[in-house]
Structures are given as structure tokens and as C-alpha cells.
Design a protein around this ligand. Structure first.
Ligand code: NAD
Length: 549
């Protein structure tokens, strides 16, 4: 039986209070067919990132959130509700731990063995922590990244440049729109036609080419005319990229967002999309070997473009690590996107701040957009983003917005939203959270913490401290996950979500959480020796006991 899940909307509570109502609506929103990639399997995005372990757990979580009191806390262990305890009203309503394994056991085969026994699930970052908001969530980060590439290499604009990439899934689907928002041309290879179709329907992708020659013709013409355009091409990246290299296509930027972090979620050469699931399930080891070999060919082609002068970077999916295992010796010759473009933002505690309107009314998001523009009038790139997002982003599920704000900014937005709920300017409470990919909430040596100045890439105390300080500060739900983004054994990360329900209590919680959470990013980067972070700490008064003056 296929079940369709959608979040409740409007102002009538289905739970006992807005804190647990918010968790319930966002949990259901993660599985909305307009939001999730494979809702029938409870998969939200990112390969197999799930919102609940199984449908029985889904029903039990729904039931518990509906009856939870304002001084109770629900514990969720890898997508299964395992206990409810009496706590207090400042405590989170839900505490979640997803996919965590002890170090020596933190491998995909062991994880899958435990998963097949029904003991765990893969939570990705915002799937198992119920704050995924569809492809928009990654759109702004991708937009910022391509803007940074434009500034670094192309005089501040992607006009007249061609970006070649692959993957049109939940995250990867943001790439074509992020490139065209920066005025560039994008060619995106995707092996599954249904994924490409979905991006066309939501206007993230402009056109679909019929074959390689057709794709080359379209992107070459648009590049020559300096016309923004995104073109999808159905094919296997490990086959198409070498062909494009051989054909001499002039590419300026190359990256990738296939689900390379999980070898079973990357389609190897010579396998049809229709046979994928069956083969991966029946022969995971053989499939993994083939997948890694194909990734090695894929990365060899990327290196070929790099050798010809293109800007090439790993977009946080572990492609280099897997390609290296598949025999590509030079895989790490190109950098990850965080050290290349994002770390200076992290030093300011900046990261993907996001919020959703629990009313379900797009007018509430339009009002919050105006509030953000009023709050930060000097920030031009933020204003450009909010305007473009308002025009071009199709909402999926509950209307939502994302923008990158840092330390000293996020709490101002939270407090303003809370006032707007209290005054009736917004028709229902706003839920405020972020990705786990943030400045002080993740240890991930192939991505967010790659190449830290002091070599502390693999130190995972920081995300744990982050979760604990958010719990102590009044967040509505807090999560600690393992393996998101880059796969088993490669990351530990934490998330928080809080609720602006218009009450005085919510204002006090929001001020603390939305100060302390980005504050973790500042202190993490001060500790690693980044001068930009020390300047932020000094200017904005972050108390750091052993900071060098
Ligand atoms: P997804 O599973 O929804 O989509 C991956 C897509 O890649 C699918 O559409 C699949 O058909 C396609 N694909 C797989 N193998 C292919 C091949 N050989 N050739 C062409 N297409 C192929 O995953 P997603 O949510 O889009 O995430 C993509 C990757 O990005 C994941 O590894 C994820 O962990 C990572 N990620 C990156 C960031 C970031 O900020 N950079 C953030 C979150 C996740």
C-alpha cells in the first residue's frame, strides 16, 4: 500500500503545543511527495537518507509527538522512537541520534548489516533530523559556492562560462539553477531520466538535450552569447565526461553531485538504471568495486579538464575518496569546496540558516523575506539572493526560505520572526533550523573540516559540544548523526531546530540558541588558528578563555 504523507497546515494544533506540533509537521513535511525523493521508502534525499526507520516507527513517532507534553522529551534512535522522559520546558521536545557507530565498526558493510537487522537507519544530515526543505535548502549554498568561484576566477560573474557537473538528485538538482542565477551555462549529466524530469518540472533545469552532440551544441551557443542556460543530459557521468573531454568541449568549471558517498548509490558503467537496485542489493561487494572503478574513470576525466585549465572541485560527496579506492592515484589533486571557497564564511559563524512557515501560506515567507531585507540592508548579496529566490524558487511542501547568516545576525532574524508571529503579521509559528553542514557543527575531513589550519580535521568533539550547548540553550529538537554527506566513517555532525511561536519563552530560547549555535563556529575556527575568526570573536565579543589576544 502506498501512503501519502503531508504536513498539516493552518493554525489548528494536532499536537499539544507548537513545539511538538512543529516537530510533527516538519517530520511529515520531510516525507511529502513534493519534498522527498523516495517517500514510499521513507527516503528523503542523499542516497538513502531517511526520516524514520520503517512505517511502524513512522506511526509511533507521529503518535508520540501528538501526545507529548510541554515538559516531556521524546528520544529517537536512528529513526525509531525509544523513550519519552519527563524533562522541563526549556529542554528539547525531541532528541535524535542517527547512524552512529563506534569507530572501528564505522564502515558501510557493518552499517548495512545492522540496517538489514532493522537496528539502524541512515539519517543523512537533515533527513533524519526533520529539517530538509527540498532542493532550495542546498540552492543557496550552491549559489554562494558558484558566486565564490566566479569571484576567484572569472571577474565576479559566470557569464560566458560553462560548468560541467553530474547528479540531479535532491541536492544536485540545485546546481543548474545556482549556475544560471550566477549568469552562467550549466551542462548536467544524470543517469535517471525521472530525476531530470523532476528538475524540469520545478524549473531548476531549463532544458533536456536529446544526446551528447545536441547538448554540446546548446551549451556552446549559450556560452558564446553569454546567455544563462542549463541543459540536462541523460547518461552515465563516467562515460559522458571522458567523451566530452575527448570531443574537446571547452569547459571552465567542473564538479559533481552524484551520490558518490555511497558506492551503492552511484551507478557503475555498464549497468542499466532499471537493474541498479536489484544488483546493488544482491551483490553489494561486486557492485561497490565496479562503482569505485567507474568513479575513478569519472575523476580521471575531471583531472583532464583541470589539466586543460578548468576550475575543478569536489562538491562534498566523497567522489575523490571513492575514486582513489577505485585506483585513481591523482584523485586528491583537486580541492574540496570548503577550503577552496567556504571557510572564510565559516570563520564568521556563517552557514545555511533556514526557516519554514508552519501555516503553509507562502505569504508568510514573503513577509519574512521583507523582514530579512529590512534587518540587513547593507548586505547586497543577501538582498540579491532573497530577490532571486522569491522570483525563481518553487516551494516544495511547507513554504520555506534559506539564507546564509552568521554570528550576531541569526538571533536578530529569529527574534523578529517571533515578534511577527506574536503580532499576527505571520499567520502561524515559524520553524527555524539549519543544515548540519555549518560552521561549528560538523567534523568531516573530506568536506567541512578538510585541511584545517591546525590539522584538527578529524576532531569530532566540536559537533558533540554543539549539540550539547544547543540542548542547554533551549532548542526544540537536537540531533547527532554520523556519516552524513560523505558516508560511513567520514563525518560526525549535529543539528538544532527551534520554533518561533510568538511567546516570550520562545524569544528567550531563540536568542540563546541562535547566538550560541553560530558562536560554536566562531570558537571552532579561532581554536584552529584562523585570524578571520579571531577578528569576529574580538569585534562581536565572543568569550574564548584561551584565545591569543
Ligand atoms: P541523490 O541520491 O538524491 O541524487 C544523486 C543523483 O546522482 C541521482 O539522481 C542519481 O541518479 C545520480 N547518479 C548516480 N550515479 C550516477 C552516474 N554514474 N552518472 C550520472 N548520474 C548518476 O543525492 P543528492 O541529495 O543529490 O546528493 C548528492 C551528493 O551530494 C551526495 O553524495 C550528498 O551526500 C552530497 N551532498 C553535498 C552537499 C554539499 O553541500 N555540497 C550537501 C549535502 C549532500
Amino acid at each position: 500500500m502506498t501512503r501519502t504523507v503531508r504536513a498539516a497546515t493552518g493554525t489548528t494544533l494536532t499536537a499539544k503545543n507548537w513545539q511538538s506540533e512543529a516537530a510533527l509537521r516538519m517530520f511529515h513535511n520531510n516525507l511529502d511527495p513534493d519534498v522527498a525523493e523516495r517517500p514510499e521508502d521513507l527516503v528523503v534525499y542523499g542516497g538513502t537518507g531517511k526520516a524514520a526507520r520503517d512505517w511502524a516507527s513512522f506511526d509511533a513517532i507521529t503518535r508520540e509527538l501528538s501526545t507529548l507534553d510541554a515538559d516531556e522529551t521524546l528520544l529517537v534512535q536512528s529513526g525509531k522512537p525509544v523513550g519519552v522522559f519527563r524533562t522541563h520546558e526549556w529542554a528539547p521536545r525531541v532528541i535524535l541520534a542517527n547512524s552512529n557507530l563506534v569507530g572501528d565498526w564505522a564502515t558501510w558493510p557493518e552499517f548495512r548489516r545492522l540496517e538489514s537487522l532493522g537496528l539502524t537507519m541512515y539519517g543523512q544530515m537533515t533527513a533524519g533530523s526533520w529539517i530538509y526543505i527540498g532542493t532550495q535548502g542546498i540552492l543557496q549554498g550552491t549559489y554562494e559556492t558558484f558566486a565564490a568561484v566566479a569571484h576567484k576566477r572569472f571577474g565576479g560573474t559566470l557569464a560566458g562560462t560553462l560548468t560541467l557537473t553530474a547528479g540531479l538528485g535532491g541536492m544536485g538538482g540545485a546546481q543548474p539553477l545556482a549556475v544560471t542565477m550566477n549568469d552562467g551555462v550549466a551542462l548536467v549529466v544524470e543517469c535517471d531520466p525521472t530525476r531530470a524530469q523532476r528538475r524540469l518540472e520545478t524549473r531548476y533545469l531549463d532544458e533536456l538535450a536529446t544526446d551528447i552532440e545536441d547538448a554540446m551544441r546548446r551549451v556552446t551557443a549559450a556560452k558564446a552569447e553569454r546567455r544563462a542556460l542549463s541543459v540536462g543530459l541523460i547518461g552515465n557521468a563516467a562515460e559522458v565526461l571522458p567523451k566530452l573531454l575527448e570531443a574537446g568541449l571547452e569547459v571552465d568549471i567542473v564538479t559533481d553531485q552524484t551520490s558518490a558517498h555511497d558506492p551503492l548509490a552511484y551507478l557503475p558503467l555498464g549497468i542499466e538504471v532499471d537493474d541498479w537496485g536489484d544488483y546493488a542489493a544482491k551483490k553489494p561487494d561486486e557492485f561497490t568495486d565496479r562503482s569505485r572503478e567507474s568513479m575513478a574513470e569519472h575523476v580521471e576525466a575531471m583531472l583532464g579538464f583541470m589539466d586543460r585549465g578548468a576550475e575543478v572541485f569536489d562538491y562534498g560527496n566523497s567522489l575523490r575518496g571513492e575514486a582513489k579506492l577505485g585506483g585513481c592515484e591523482r584523485a586528491f589533486d583537486f580541492p574540496g569546496f570548503v577550503p577552496a571557497y567556504i571557510r572564510p564564511l565559516f570563520c564568521e559563524g556563517k552557514g545555511p540558516f533556514r526557516w519554514a512557515a508552519l501555516s503553509g501560506d507562502p505569504a508568510d515567507i514573503a513577509a519574512t523575506d521583507r523582514a530579512i531585507l529590512e534587518l540587513f540592508p547593507e548586505n547586497e548579496s543577501l538582498a540579491r539572493w532573497i530577490k532571486l529566490a522569491g522570483e525563481r524558487v518553487a516551494f516544495q511542501g511547507l513554504p520555506s526560505r534559506i539564507c546564509w547568516l552568521g554570528y550576531g545576525e541569526r538571533h536578530l532574524a529569529g527574534l523578529r520572526f517571533n515578534e511577527m508571529v506574536a503580532s499576527g503579521e505571520l499567520s502561524a509559528p515559524i520553524v527555524i533550523g539549519r543544515d548540519h553542514l555549518d560552521s561549528g557543527s560538523v567534523a568531516s575531513p573530506y568536506r567541512e573540516t578538510e585541511g584545517m589550519a591546525d590539522g584538527s580535521d578529524a576532531i569530532a568533539d566540536w559537533p558533540l559540544l554543539n549539540a550539547m550547548i544547543n540542548t542547554a540553550s533551549g532548542a526544540s529538537w537536537v540531533s547527532i548523526h554520523h556519516g552524513g554527506g560523505v558516508g560511513m566513517g567520514r563525518s560526525i555532525h549535529a543539528g538544532q531546530v527551534c520554533v518561533a511561536d510568538g511567546t516570550e519563552l520562545a524569544a528567550r530560547k531563540l536568542e540563546r540558541v541562535l547566538t550560541n549555535d553560530p558562536g560554536m563556529g566562531v570558537i571552532r575556527h579561532v581554536d584552529a588558528g584562523y585570524e578571520e575568526a579571531s577578528a569576529v570573536a574580538n569585534d562581536r565579543g565572543v568569550h574564548i578563555p584561551m584565545a591569543v589576544a
